[in-house]
Ligand binder design. Structure first.
Ligand code: GDP
Ligand code: MG
Length: 598
């Protein structure tokens, strides 16, 4: 297609403002799918995505639209992930486009991720077209939202489309604005190939599929291509686009977005943001902006039933085929047996993987407390290590300095919840950087240690604001922190799975809380069991589980034999689910419950 007739755009929005619904409408309007095929949301194709209503992987669809000027246009629509954990993927998708539809819910107005996404879009020099969605809702206030877009974001909203993706209002106007206002891509099809790797995924039939934006040159079947950052070479065996059904094409040229396959076995060879060129006539330099994504949150995943270890390994390997951004390596714990230490882009990413393992692969899992990556400077010039697992913390005498990652968080909320939100941030060692008001709503910026956010910050924020606060963050680097490893000892033996790294100031209350919970969670034994929280050798909290008086069956006075049998059987059942810890049996539920409450 002639460059003049191509438009590449993405849709940006806060979660739930209607991005996927609008994308589906645009596909339907331009004839990509029949009504029947539209029954399920097309762009969100994973179960969990559907249930949570979020988009995990970016997807792209090519639409053909004959505009009112009588010309036929090729529109490439990119759906982008809506959550902060996937910020880098969003950024790469945006880099592949010249414009964006900014979807704002007519009843909710501008929210934190609307802003975060819009700023990214502005950074990529996009033409941004505001769309006020859900005008069918009784609570819709389109004029107020227009004003918010102008006041808060500073965009001209006078020509914002008033739309309802649900009822199909405003769809044609959106398509016309795309054609008229979004600039056509630039590029030179005769130059050496430069294509950006926007996304990749594993397809059971096609193998690894790569989504590309061709910046210069042409990509064709039979070409030998090279990944400039990854360093590997591959033979292109298929070139095409999605409508959203797969369609093979002879080539993708400068300005176009589409997919290729190249007999790639392992998704880890495909790095989002990499530059693809040809082996024969390579580009002189890669495209700018490539960044290797690194997991920031780690936790251990263990099978509840030790016999499921192989199944867990197979399932994790399969998931990894589709998601190169999470990492895993084998780990063994005295308390939990064999499992994996896994790394994620953020907490939501962690939850998604955990949920998919549980649901799609039918595994019962224990997840240890999430931990961030600490940098530890060792004494006596012994260098620096990265700590992914609290259990590996060196002896305090060998530590010169511990550094922890910090984030800058922007929270957007109605004024009445501000007080409790400030308190929450304060309790989590936050440093307030900015506070402004926009139309009855507060926007507050905090610097926070990531370690204080990974536990339950987001849940707490949602609950104290009744769901009205929205939150966005990015990392701002490492800072020294007064951090210590807190060990939990049951019957004088440290339980590695329960150890965690905490700020010295909150160690005591955390330790006390953990001991109190474990006291209730671990059943009585024939002997007294001390439960202690300790830092180094120093005990900071202590509880004791009293010894059991009688055998469970003693109550039955030998009368009812079958009842006695049942009780014994029940006891045996319970045993199976216990982890023997030294001489103490700790039920799985105790680990889960103790860790859940962080
Ligand atoms: P996304 O998270 O931005 O992709 O949002 P979705 O497209 O998944 O939509 C979130 C929810 O809003 C879904 O329940 C949709 O059915 C609903 N929704 C989307 N557009 C409209 C609309 O125009 N009107 C109404 N009433 N609901 C809508
Ligand atoms: Mg969606």
């Amino acid at each position: 297609t002639d460059l003049k007739h191509i438009r590449n755009f993405s849709i940006i929005a806060h979660i739930d403002h209607g991005k996927s619904t609008l994308a589906d409408r645009l596909i339907q309007w331009t004839g990509g799918l029949s009504e029947r095929e539209m029954s399920a949301q097309v762009l969100d194709n994973m179960d969990i995505e559907k249930e949570r209503g979020i988009t995990i992987k970016a997807q792209t669809v090519r639409l053909n639209y004959t505009a009112k000027d009588g010309q036929l246009y090729e529109l490439n629509l990119m759906d982008t992930p809506g959550h902060v954990d996937f910020a880098y993927e969003v950024s790469r998708s945006l880099a592949a486009c010249e414009g964006a539809l900014l979807v704002v819910d007519a009843a909710q107005g501008v929210e934190a991720q609307t802003l975060a996404n819009v700023y990214q879009s502005i950074e990529h020099d996009h033409e941004i077209l505001p769309v006020i969605n859900k005008i069918d809702l009784p609570a819709a206030e389109p004029e107020k939202v227009k004003k918010e877009i102008e006041d808060i974001i500073g965009l001209d909203a006078s020509e914002a489309v008033l739309a309802s993706a649900k009822s199909g209002i405003g769809i044609e106007e959106i398509l016309e604005q795309i054609v008229q206002k979004i600039p056509a891509p630039k590029g030179d099809r005769d130059a050496p190939l430069e294509a950006m790797l926007v996304d990749s995924w594993y397809d059971p039939y096609l193998g690894v599929v790569i989504l590309v934006r061709v910046v210069n040159g042409v990509i064709k079947k039979g070409q030998n291509i090279k990944f400039m950052a990854g360093g590997t070479e591959h033979l292109v065996d298929r070139v095409g686009c999605m409508r959203p059904k797969i369609e093979n094409l002879p080539e993708l040229a400068a300005g176009e977005i589409g997919f290729i396959t190249a007999q790639i076995k392992d998704i880890s060879q495909t790095r989002v943001g990499d530059t693809i060129t040809t082996v024969k006539n390579p580009a002189p330099a890669p495209l700018p902006g490539f960044k290797e994504v690194q997991p920031v949150v780690f936790c251990g995943l263990f099978p509840v039933d030790a016999n499921d270890f192989d199944k867990l390994r197979d399932s994790i390997s399969k998931l990894r085929l589709n998601d190169a951004s999470f990492s895993f390596e084998m780990e063994s714990s005295a308390a939990l047996g064999f499992g994996f230490r896994c790394g994620f882009l953020g907490l939501l990413h962690l939850e998604i993987i955990q949920e998919r393992l549980t649901r799609e692969y039918d595994l019962d899992l224990i997840t240890t407390a999430p931990s961030v990556v600490y940098k530890i400077k060792l004494t006596h010039g012994n260098g620096e290590i990265e700590l992914h697992n609290p259990a590996d913390m060196p002896d305090p005498t060998k530590i010169d300095e511990i550094q922890e990652p910090w984030i800058e968080a922007v929270i957007y909320c109605p004024d009445e919840y501000l007080g409790s939100i400030l308190k929450l941030c304060q309790d989590r060692r936050g440093l307030q950087k900015n506070l402004t008001y926009v139309g009855g709503r507060a926007q507050v910026t905090y610097e926070l240690p990531l370690n204080e956010v990974v536990f339950d910050f987001y849940d707490r924020l949602k609950s104290i604001s009744r769901g009205y606060a929205s939150f966005d963050y990015h990392q701002i680097g490492y800072r020294e922190g007064d951090l210590v490893k807190m060990s939990i000892m049951v019957n004088a033996e440290p339980v590695d799975a329960l150890s965690m790294i905490v700020h010295r100031g909150s160690a005591e209350s955390r330790g006390r809380g953990m001991c109190e919970r474990l006291k209730d969670l671990i059943p009585r034994h024939l002997f007294k069991i001390p439960i202690q929280a300790a830092i180094g050798g120093k005990v900071i909290a202590r509880e004791t589980i009293a010894a059991m008086r009688k055998d469970v069956t003693a109550k039955c006075y030998g009368g009812d034999i079958s009842r006695k049998k049942k009780l014994l059987e029940k006891q045996k059942e319970g045993k199976k689910r216990m982890r023997e810890y030294g001489s103490v049996s700790i039920p799985q539920e105790a680990f889960i419950a103790a860790l859940r409450m962080g």
